[in-house]
Write a protein that binds this ligand. Structure first.
Ligand SMILES: [Zn+2]
Length: 531
């Protein structure tokens, strides 16, 4: 999911547009140049200032292994085109788990899976939204294009028929202006998403609207699609793996806008606009799910661990290529390339494909719970979840102490401009529960590229992945994991509860957690480092 990130320090992402050329099995001139530079510097650049262990030497081996001919793109094609969309709890997800296990085996690294219970198994039925009155409104076509929101409760087979009520952008003022919400089907307007901040707001606005709709007894909520040209996508506003509290659907933008115009045109008329929403969603569960864990054991401190992770699950309207199949393939490829170096790191590196991410980072939360006794020795968690846009740097999870050592590690890639590290912290991907436990986390800051235009949508398919950028991101991921694992000192300490309380406040994570329903768990110590 990776719902974008807030930049409390007023940072702006610089967009550098890079044409996606055909991927060749050899290095581009820029890459050859970078490779030449770092080979000439071998033995001089180090993973940390105090030692001779060489990140440059690692980079010199990782680059040709990853940028050259590799199984990554074919792996990704199989995952997306042959397995397809993989919602947690479904047979497709089970196949994806097998894909992950096979990928790590082929890479030559040890692999196992770790099971947990996902609270609910959810599947969309034949969702329908039709206009039933007045007759004049139906003449232009009664059926609207719509999908159920993920993990939304279904309706009865007969559906819900009710007055359609336009509540504008869903602000308190607009909802008050709309009048009596009881029994109504609410239509919420949205802006077309075009930035990380827009995506962030797509998740931050609904909780308040849902809470008020519930309080005032609305029957269901229709979200205007935030992508153009009838593109449908699936959101979930339930972020704890449980079924949401009210039926919700996403209506194709053009159809939703037409419905809004009909409602406006019939205001005050005797015959209000009525719609019928039918969502026979299948809800079962709980269901067993698995995270896939590949591992290269360290030679000096095998009990200390660096995690490189990405979620393997996706929504299923498309095939989950940008979100997040490409980065699942990246994690396997990073493991392959590090293994192929033929040198072991000082610490253990775990390569984890999480499941249950789209339901609220359930898989990584379960991993943190299952490995609670080990958290003092988990030295870092690196996560990629922003598609295949160029990586500019890392989000450091509300801390600055890891910035300088990260720069030393990435020095061999200096010409790639991967140093825009940001001290922000956000919910939205699998680093979240590690972050709340005080573990240093690194989430790739990537250019938006085509991520949002295809986000969770039917159009999120293999052809959208920028293969060249994906390979370069894989070099960055592998070098970062290697460098943190192989430096003599940990990259950062585990933060205390006091430090985390300050971080949560300073980054605005407190407000996010309050809005999204995590706050009480955090306060009580049920989630995150105990007070
Ligand atoms: Zn994602």
């Amino acid at each position: 999911m990776r719902k974008g990130f807030a930049f409390p320090f007023g940072m702006v992402l610089t967009l550098v547009f890079v044409a996606a050329g055909p991927v060749k099995a050899q290095l581009t001139p820029a890459q050859t140049d970078a490779l030449g530079k770092l080979q000439s510097r071998a033995n001089t650049d180090v993973c940390s200032a105090a030692e001779a262990s060489s990140c440059a030497q690692a980079a010199a081996k990782l680059m040709p292994a990853i940028l050259g001919d590799s199984p990554m793109i074919e792996n990704l094609r199989k995952l997306t085109d042959e397995i397809g969309g993989r919602v947690s709890g479904t047979p497709e997800m089970a196949k994806a788990i097998q894909w992950g296990v096979a990928g790590f085996r082929a890479a030559g690294v040890d692999v196992h899976t770790e099971k947990y219970k996902l609270p609910v198994m959810w599947k969309e039925g034949a969702t329908r939204l039709i206009i039933t009155a007045p007759a004049s409104a139906i003449a232009g076509g009664a059926t609207l294009r719509v999908v159920s929101a993920g993990w939304a409760p279904g309706t009865t087979r007969q559906g819900i028929e009710a007055n359609a009520l336009d509540i504008g952008d869903g602000s308190d003022a607009e909802m008050t202006r709309a009048g009596n919400l009881k029994g109504a089907i609410l239509l919420v307007h949205t802006e077309i998403g075009s930035s990380w901040a827009d995506l962030f707001n797509e998740y931050m606005r609904p909780p308040g609207i849902i809470a008020r709709a519930l309080k005032e007894g609305a029957a269901a909520i229709l979200w205007t699609g935030a992508r153009e040209r009838l593109l449908l996508y699936r959101h979930s506003n339930s972020l704890n793996g449980e079924v949401d509290k009210i039926s919700q659907a996403v209506v194709a933008r053009e159809d939703a806008l037409r419905l809004a115009r009909l409602v406006a045109a019939n205001q005050g008329n005797q015959g209000k606009v009525r719609v019928k929403l039918t969502m026979p969603n299948e809800i079962n569960g709980p269901v067993e799910q698995e995270n896939v864990v590949g591992e290269i054991r360290g030679y000096e401190k095998p009990d200390e661990v660096v995690i490189l992770g990405a979620h393997l699950d996706s929504w299923e309207l498309g095939t989950g290529a940008l979100d997040n199949g490409c980065n699942a393939a990246l994690v396997i490829e990073a493991a392959r390339a590090i293994k192929a170096m033929g040198v072991l790191p000082k610490r253990t590196i775990r390569f984890i494909l999480f499941s249950g991410e789209e339901q609220g980072t359930i898989g990584s939360h379960e991993y943190v719970k299952a490995h609670a006794a080990e958290l003092d020795k988990i030295r870092a968690v690196i996560v990629f979840d922003d598609g295949s846009g160029r990586t500019n740097g890392f989000s450091l999870g509300g801390r600055t102490d890891t910035d300088a050592p990260l720069r030393q590690i990435l020095k061999p890639l200096e010409t790639w401009n991967v140093g825009e590290h940001t001290p922000d912290a956000s919910f939205g991907t699998d680093n979240f529960d590690f972050l709340l436990e005080g573990v240093p986390t690194f989430v790739a800051n990537q250019e938006l590229s085509n991520y949002l235009a295809n986000y969770h949508a039917a159009s999120d398919t293999f052809d959208k992945v920028d293969q060249r950028e994906l390979k370069m991101n894989t070099v960055i991921a592998a070098l970062t994991a290697w460098g943190i694992a192989d430096r003599s000192e940990p990259i950062g300490k585990r933060q205390t509860r006091g430090e985390l309380d300050a971080m949560v406040k300073q980054t605005g994570l407190d407000q996010q957690m309050q809005l999204l329903g995590y706050w009480e768990q955090w306060q009580s110590g049920a989630r995150g480092r105990k007070p």
